[in-house]
Write a protein that binds this ligand. Structure first.
Ligand code: BGC
Length: 369
Protein backbone atom coordinates (compact mmCIF):
# COMPACT_ATOMS: atom_id res chain seq x y z
CA UNK A 1 0.00 0.00 0.00
CA UNK A 2 1.32 3.36 -0.94
CA UNK A 3 2.37 5.64 1.84
CA UNK A 4 3.28 9.21 1.34
CA UNK A 5 6.81 10.09 2.03
CA UNK A 6 7.11 13.68 2.96
CA UNK A 7 9.14 15.18 0.15
CA UNK A 8 10.55 17.66 2.54
CA UNK A 9 13.72 19.53 3.03
CA UNK A 10 14.25 19.55 6.72
CA UNK A 11 16.20 22.38 8.20
CA UNK A 12 16.44 21.60 11.86
CA UNK A 13 18.10 24.74 13.07
CA UNK A 14 17.37 25.21 16.75
CA UNK A 15 13.93 23.74 16.29
CA UNK A 16 13.03 26.22 13.58
CA UNK A 17 11.78 24.06 10.77
CA UNK A 18 11.20 25.10 7.24
CA UNK A 19 9.65 22.40 5.17
CA UNK A 20 8.71 22.25 1.57
CA UNK A 21 7.26 19.55 -0.62
CA UNK A 22 4.08 17.55 -0.48
CA UNK A 23 2.44 14.31 0.32
CA UNK A 24 0.76 13.27 3.52
CA UNK A 25 3.05 15.20 5.71
CA UNK A 26 3.58 18.49 7.31
CA UNK A 27 5.03 20.90 4.83
CA UNK A 28 5.24 24.21 6.61
CA UNK A 29 4.86 25.79 9.99
CA UNK A 30 1.35 27.03 10.77
CA UNK A 31 0.20 30.18 9.07
CA UNK A 32 -2.02 32.78 10.66
CA UNK A 33 -5.66 32.01 11.33
CA UNK A 34 -7.88 31.92 8.31
CA UNK A 35 -10.89 30.08 7.06
CA UNK A 36 -11.21 26.85 5.17
CA UNK A 37 -12.64 26.43 1.74
CA UNK A 38 -14.78 23.35 2.40
CA UNK A 39 -18.51 23.21 1.88
CA UNK A 40 -20.35 25.28 4.44
CA UNK A 41 -24.05 24.63 4.48
CA UNK A 42 -26.42 24.68 7.40
CA UNK A 43 -28.34 21.60 8.50
CA UNK A 44 -30.73 20.56 11.24
CA UNK A 45 -29.69 21.25 14.82
CA UNK A 46 -30.24 17.64 15.79
CA UNK A 47 -28.52 16.10 12.77
CA UNK A 48 -26.70 12.78 12.86
CA UNK A 49 -22.93 13.22 13.17
CA UNK A 50 -20.86 10.12 12.44
CA UNK A 51 -17.61 9.58 14.30
CA UNK A 52 -15.50 6.72 12.90
CA UNK A 53 -12.62 5.82 15.19
CA UNK A 54 -9.77 3.32 14.58
CA UNK A 55 -8.74 0.54 16.98
CA UNK A 56 -8.25 1.38 20.63
CA UNK A 57 -4.46 1.36 20.31
CA UNK A 58 -3.91 3.98 22.98
CA UNK A 59 -5.86 5.64 25.80
CA UNK A 60 -6.50 8.83 23.83
CA UNK A 61 -8.91 6.98 21.51
CA UNK A 62 -10.87 5.54 24.42
CA UNK A 63 -11.18 8.97 25.98
CA UNK A 64 -12.25 10.48 22.64
CA UNK A 65 -15.19 8.07 22.48
CA UNK A 66 -16.66 9.34 25.73
CA UNK A 67 -15.92 12.98 24.93
CA UNK A 68 -17.56 12.75 21.51
CA UNK A 69 -20.63 11.01 22.92
CA UNK A 70 -21.05 13.56 25.69
CA UNK A 71 -20.05 16.62 23.65
CA UNK A 72 -22.21 15.92 20.61
CA UNK A 73 -25.21 15.12 22.81
CA UNK A 74 -24.71 18.31 24.83
CA UNK A 75 -24.55 20.28 21.57
CA UNK A 76 -27.90 18.80 20.53
CA UNK A 77 -26.66 16.40 17.83
CA UNK A 78 -27.25 12.70 17.41
CA UNK A 79 -23.71 11.40 17.63
CA UNK A 80 -22.83 7.91 16.55
CA UNK A 81 -19.32 6.92 17.61
CA UNK A 82 -17.88 3.65 16.38
CA UNK A 83 -14.54 1.88 16.67
CA UNK A 84 -13.27 -0.50 14.02
CA UNK A 85 -11.39 -3.01 16.11
CA UNK A 86 -11.75 -5.53 13.31
CA UNK A 87 -9.70 -3.46 10.87
CA UNK A 88 -10.00 -1.46 7.67
CA UNK A 89 -12.98 -3.22 6.07
CA UNK A 90 -14.98 -2.85 9.27
CA UNK A 91 -14.24 0.88 9.27
CA UNK A 92 -15.27 1.11 5.60
CA UNK A 93 -18.58 -0.58 6.43
CA UNK A 94 -19.18 1.67 9.42
CA UNK A 95 -18.67 4.78 7.32
CA UNK A 96 -21.06 3.47 4.66
CA UNK A 97 -23.65 2.83 7.37
CA UNK A 98 -23.20 6.36 8.74
CA UNK A 99 -23.81 7.78 5.27
CA UNK A 100 -26.96 5.66 4.93
CA UNK A 101 -28.12 6.91 8.33
CA UNK A 102 -28.09 10.45 6.93
CA UNK A 103 -25.06 11.85 8.76
CA UNK A 104 -24.33 15.50 7.90
CA UNK A 105 -20.72 15.42 9.07
CA UNK A 106 -18.25 12.54 9.30
CA UNK A 107 -15.35 12.79 11.73
CA UNK A 108 -12.83 10.12 10.81
CA UNK A 109 -9.87 8.82 12.78
CA UNK A 110 -8.66 6.39 10.13
CA UNK A 111 -6.95 3.07 10.65
CA UNK A 112 -5.45 3.48 7.20
CA UNK A 113 -6.09 6.96 5.84
CA UNK A 114 -5.43 5.86 2.27
CA UNK A 115 -8.07 3.10 2.19
CA UNK A 116 -11.29 5.09 2.57
CA UNK A 117 -11.45 6.80 -0.84
CA UNK A 118 -14.56 4.98 -2.07
CA UNK A 119 -16.54 5.65 1.11
CA UNK A 120 -15.46 9.29 1.27
CA UNK A 121 -16.44 9.81 -2.38
CA UNK A 122 -19.88 8.46 -1.49
CA UNK A 123 -20.01 10.83 1.47
CA UNK A 124 -19.18 13.75 -0.77
CA UNK A 125 -21.86 12.63 -3.22
CA UNK A 126 -24.35 12.76 -0.34
CA UNK A 127 -23.28 16.31 0.57
CA UNK A 128 -21.55 15.28 3.79
CA UNK A 129 -18.65 17.30 5.20
CA UNK A 130 -15.65 15.14 6.09
CA UNK A 131 -13.26 16.04 8.91
CA UNK A 132 -10.06 14.02 9.34
CA UNK A 133 -9.46 13.59 13.06
CA UNK A 134 -5.90 13.21 14.41
CA UNK A 135 -4.77 11.20 11.35
CA UNK A 136 -4.82 12.70 7.86
CA UNK A 137 -7.02 11.10 5.18
CA UNK A 138 -4.75 10.65 2.19
CA UNK A 139 -5.10 10.08 -1.55
CA UNK A 140 -8.59 11.59 -1.67
CA UNK A 141 -10.07 14.95 -2.68
CA UNK A 142 -13.04 14.19 -0.42
CA UNK A 143 -11.78 15.49 2.89
CA UNK A 144 -12.72 19.03 3.89
CA UNK A 145 -10.85 19.69 7.12
CA UNK A 146 -8.15 18.23 9.35
CA UNK A 147 -8.08 18.67 13.11
CA UNK A 148 -5.01 17.35 14.90
CA UNK A 149 -2.05 18.02 17.09
CA UNK A 150 0.96 19.14 15.12
CA UNK A 151 2.37 15.69 14.40
CA UNK A 152 5.72 16.78 12.99
CA UNK A 153 6.26 18.89 16.11
CA UNK A 154 5.51 15.79 18.22
CA UNK A 155 8.43 14.05 16.53
CA UNK A 156 10.73 17.03 16.97
CA UNK A 157 9.90 17.11 20.68
CA UNK A 158 10.57 13.37 20.98
CA UNK A 159 13.94 13.59 19.23
CA UNK A 160 14.93 16.55 21.36
CA UNK A 161 13.82 14.79 24.56
CA UNK A 162 15.93 11.75 23.67
CA UNK A 163 19.04 13.94 23.39
CA UNK A 164 18.19 15.89 26.55
CA UNK A 165 17.56 12.66 28.47
CA UNK A 166 20.86 11.15 27.35
CA UNK A 167 22.74 14.25 28.48
CA UNK A 168 20.85 14.36 31.78
CA UNK A 169 20.96 10.67 32.68
CA UNK A 170 24.02 9.39 30.89
CA UNK A 171 26.12 12.53 30.73
CA UNK A 172 29.25 10.66 31.82
CA UNK A 173 29.40 9.57 28.19
CA UNK A 174 29.50 11.90 25.23
CA UNK A 175 28.46 9.28 22.68
CA UNK A 176 25.48 7.02 22.99
CA UNK A 177 23.99 3.87 21.48
CA UNK A 178 20.34 4.30 20.56
CA UNK A 179 17.66 2.31 18.77
CA UNK A 180 14.62 3.64 16.95
CA UNK A 181 10.99 2.57 16.96
CA UNK A 182 8.23 3.96 14.74
CA UNK A 183 4.47 3.46 14.70
CA UNK A 184 2.22 1.59 12.31
CA UNK A 185 2.95 2.21 8.62
CA UNK A 186 -0.75 2.39 7.70
CA UNK A 187 -1.24 5.36 10.05
CA UNK A 188 -0.14 8.51 8.23
CA UNK A 189 0.99 10.00 11.55
CA UNK A 190 3.64 7.36 12.11
CA UNK A 191 5.90 8.60 9.30
CA UNK A 192 5.34 12.23 10.25
CA UNK A 193 6.32 11.53 13.88
CA UNK A 194 9.40 9.64 12.67
CA UNK A 195 10.42 12.38 10.23
CA UNK A 196 10.05 15.00 12.96
CA UNK A 197 12.24 13.01 15.32
CA UNK A 198 14.84 12.25 12.66
CA UNK A 199 15.09 15.92 11.75
CA UNK A 200 16.74 16.22 15.18
CA UNK A 201 18.47 12.83 15.46
CA UNK A 202 19.88 12.29 11.96
CA UNK A 203 22.52 15.06 12.30
CA UNK A 204 23.61 13.44 15.58
CA UNK A 205 23.87 10.05 13.89
CA UNK A 206 25.83 11.63 11.07
CA UNK A 207 28.32 13.33 13.40
CA UNK A 208 28.84 10.18 15.47
CA UNK A 209 27.18 11.40 18.68
CA UNK A 210 24.59 8.65 18.29
CA UNK A 211 25.19 5.12 17.02
CA UNK A 212 22.46 2.71 16.01
CA UNK A 213 24.22 -0.64 16.36
CA UNK A 214 21.45 -2.54 14.56
CA UNK A 215 21.82 -0.15 11.62
CA UNK A 216 18.01 -0.15 11.41
CA UNK A 217 17.41 3.52 10.73
CA UNK A 218 14.85 3.81 7.95
CA UNK A 219 11.13 4.14 8.67
CA UNK A 220 10.39 0.81 7.00
CA UNK A 221 13.01 -0.95 9.13
CA UNK A 222 11.66 0.32 12.44
CA UNK A 223 7.86 0.32 12.03
CA UNK A 224 5.52 -1.41 14.46
CA UNK A 225 2.54 -2.97 12.68
CA UNK A 226 -0.79 -2.02 14.21
CA UNK A 227 0.95 0.03 16.93
CA UNK A 228 1.00 -3.28 18.84
CA UNK A 229 3.11 -3.54 21.99
CA UNK A 230 3.99 -7.19 21.32
CA UNK A 231 5.42 -6.31 17.89
CA UNK A 232 7.66 -3.61 19.34
CA UNK A 233 8.74 -5.88 22.17
CA UNK A 234 9.60 -8.70 19.77
CA UNK A 235 11.70 -6.40 17.62
CA UNK A 236 13.54 -4.99 20.64
CA UNK A 237 14.18 -8.54 21.93
CA UNK A 238 15.80 -9.43 18.61
CA UNK A 239 17.80 -6.20 18.45
CA UNK A 240 19.05 -6.60 22.04
CA UNK A 241 20.14 -10.20 21.62
CA UNK A 242 21.65 -9.49 18.23
CA UNK A 243 23.59 -6.30 18.92
CA UNK A 244 23.78 -5.58 22.65
CA UNK A 245 25.35 -8.69 24.20
CA UNK A 246 28.48 -6.69 24.94
CA UNK A 247 27.27 -3.10 24.51
CA UNK A 248 24.83 -0.98 26.47
CA UNK A 249 21.75 0.49 24.87
CA UNK A 250 21.55 4.07 26.14
CA UNK A 251 18.37 5.35 24.53
CA UNK A 252 15.27 4.34 22.60
CA UNK A 253 13.18 6.64 20.45
CA UNK A 254 9.65 5.41 21.01
CA UNK A 255 6.76 7.12 19.20
CA UNK A 256 4.22 6.50 21.97
CA UNK A 257 3.75 5.32 25.53
CA UNK A 258 2.41 1.86 24.73
CA UNK A 259 5.51 1.08 22.69
CA UNK A 260 7.77 2.78 25.26
CA UNK A 261 6.58 0.40 27.95
CA UNK A 262 6.99 -2.56 25.60
CA UNK A 263 10.56 -1.49 24.83
CA UNK A 264 11.36 -1.08 28.53
CA UNK A 265 9.92 -4.54 29.25
CA UNK A 266 12.24 -5.97 26.62
CA UNK A 267 15.29 -4.23 28.13
CA UNK A 268 14.25 -5.43 31.56
CA UNK A 269 13.93 -9.02 30.37
CA UNK A 270 17.43 -8.79 28.88
CA UNK A 271 18.77 -7.61 32.26
CA UNK A 272 20.18 -4.47 30.73
CA UNK A 273 20.44 -1.02 32.39
CA UNK A 274 17.44 1.26 31.85
CA UNK A 275 17.84 3.37 28.70
CA UNK A 276 16.36 6.83 28.13
CA UNK A 277 12.98 6.15 26.51
CA UNK A 278 10.61 8.68 24.94
CA UNK A 279 6.85 8.37 24.51
CA UNK A 280 3.60 10.11 23.64
CA UNK A 281 -0.02 10.27 24.87
CA UNK A 282 0.44 10.75 28.63
CA UNK A 283 -0.98 7.34 29.40
CA UNK A 284 -1.53 6.69 33.10
CA UNK A 285 1.05 3.87 33.36
CA UNK A 286 3.66 5.94 31.58
CA UNK A 287 3.06 9.03 33.69
CA UNK A 288 3.54 6.82 36.76
CA UNK A 289 6.72 5.44 35.21
CA UNK A 290 8.01 8.96 34.53
CA UNK A 291 7.31 10.03 38.09
CA UNK A 292 9.16 6.90 39.28
CA UNK A 293 12.19 7.98 37.25
CA UNK A 294 11.89 5.25 34.60
CA UNK A 295 10.38 6.38 31.26
CA UNK A 296 12.05 9.68 30.42
CA UNK A 297 9.38 11.64 28.57
CA UNK A 298 5.92 11.63 27.08
CA UNK A 299 3.83 14.13 25.12
CA UNK A 300 0.62 15.70 26.34
CA UNK A 301 -2.00 15.95 23.61
CA UNK A 302 -5.11 16.96 25.51
CA UNK A 303 -7.91 14.94 23.92
CA UNK A 304 -10.45 17.34 25.45
CA UNK A 305 -9.08 20.11 23.23
CA UNK A 306 -9.08 18.00 20.09
CA UNK A 307 -12.64 16.77 20.54
CA UNK A 308 -13.87 20.24 21.54
CA UNK A 309 -12.31 21.71 18.39
CA UNK A 310 -13.95 19.01 16.25
CA UNK A 311 -17.35 19.75 17.75
CA UNK A 312 -16.79 23.47 17.20
CA UNK A 313 -16.28 22.70 13.51
CA UNK A 314 -19.54 20.73 13.43
CA UNK A 315 -21.38 23.62 15.08
CA UNK A 316 -19.98 26.09 12.55
CA UNK A 317 -21.13 23.82 9.73
CA UNK A 318 -24.57 23.47 11.30
CA UNK A 319 -25.15 27.21 11.38
CA UNK A 320 -23.57 27.74 7.98
CA UNK A 321 -20.84 29.79 9.62
CA UNK A 322 -17.12 29.82 9.03
CA UNK A 323 -15.11 26.83 10.09
CA UNK A 324 -12.03 27.97 11.96
CA UNK A 325 -8.68 26.70 10.71
CA UNK A 326 -5.19 27.95 11.54
CA UNK A 327 -3.13 26.26 8.85
CA UNK A 328 -3.79 26.10 5.14
CA UNK A 329 -0.35 25.02 3.97
CA UNK A 330 1.10 22.16 5.94
CA UNK A 331 -0.91 19.01 5.39
CA UNK A 332 -0.89 17.90 1.78
CA UNK A 333 -2.70 14.59 1.44
CA UNK A 334 -1.32 13.84 -2.01
CA UNK A 335 -4.35 15.30 -3.78
CA UNK A 336 -4.90 18.58 -1.94
CA UNK A 337 -3.67 20.64 0.96
CA UNK A 338 -6.27 20.08 3.65
CA UNK A 339 -7.28 23.16 5.67
CA UNK A 340 -6.28 22.30 9.20
CA UNK A 341 -6.70 23.29 12.78
CA UNK A 342 -3.47 22.27 14.50
CA UNK A 343 -2.97 22.27 18.25
CA UNK A 344 0.48 22.44 19.87
CA UNK A 345 1.69 19.26 21.62
CA UNK A 346 3.54 19.62 24.93
CA UNK A 347 6.63 17.65 26.01
CA UNK A 348 6.48 16.22 29.52
CA UNK A 349 9.30 14.99 31.77
CA UNK A 350 9.42 14.47 35.52
CA UNK A 351 10.50 18.10 35.87
CA UNK A 352 7.43 19.76 34.35
CA UNK A 353 4.76 17.04 34.80
CA UNK A 354 3.06 18.67 37.79
CA UNK A 355 2.72 21.95 35.90
CA UNK A 356 1.55 20.44 32.61
CA UNK A 357 -1.03 18.17 34.24
CA UNK A 358 -2.12 20.66 36.91
CA UNK A 359 -5.65 20.88 35.52
CA UNK A 360 -6.03 17.24 34.52
CA UNK A 361 -8.18 15.33 36.99
CA UNK A 362 -6.59 11.96 36.23
CA UNK A 363 -2.97 12.89 35.60
CA UNK A 364 -2.57 15.81 38.01
CA UNK A 365 -2.85 13.67 41.16
CA UNK A 366 -0.22 11.24 39.81
CA UNK A 367 2.39 13.98 39.95
CA UNK A 368 1.90 14.73 43.65
CA UNK A 369 4.69 13.08 45.68
C1 BGC B 1 -1.91 9.01 17.48
C2 BGC B 1 -1.04 8.73 18.68
C3 BGC B 1 -1.22 7.30 19.14
C4 BGC B 1 -1.15 6.31 17.99
C5 BGC B 1 -1.53 4.91 18.41
C6 BGC B 1 -1.60 7.98 16.44
O1 BGC B 1 -2.25 8.23 15.25
O2 BGC B 1 -1.69 10.32 17.01
O3 BGC B 1 -1.36 9.62 19.70
O4 BGC B 1 -0.23 6.97 20.06
O5 BGC B 1 -1.98 6.72 16.95
O6 BGC B 1 -2.82 4.86 18.91
Amino acid sequence: MKKFAKAAVVLAAAGALALTGCGGGRVETPAASGSGSGPVAGFAKDAVIGVAMPQKTSENWVLAEQLFNDGLTAAGFKGTVQFANGGVSEQQNQITAMIEKGAKVLIVGAIDGSQLGTQLAAAKQAGITVIAYDRLLTNTPDVDYYVAFDNFKVGVLQGTALLDGLAARKGDKKKWNVELLAGSPDDNNAKVFFDGAMSVLQPKIDDGTLTVLSKQVTFQQVVTQGWKAENAQKRMDTVLSGFYQKADLDGILSPNDTLARAAMASVDAANKPLPVVTGQDSEVESVKSIMAGKQYSTIFKDTNLLVAQSIKMVQALQTGGTVEVNDTKSYDNGVKVVPSYLIAPVIVTKENAATVYANDKTLGPLTKG
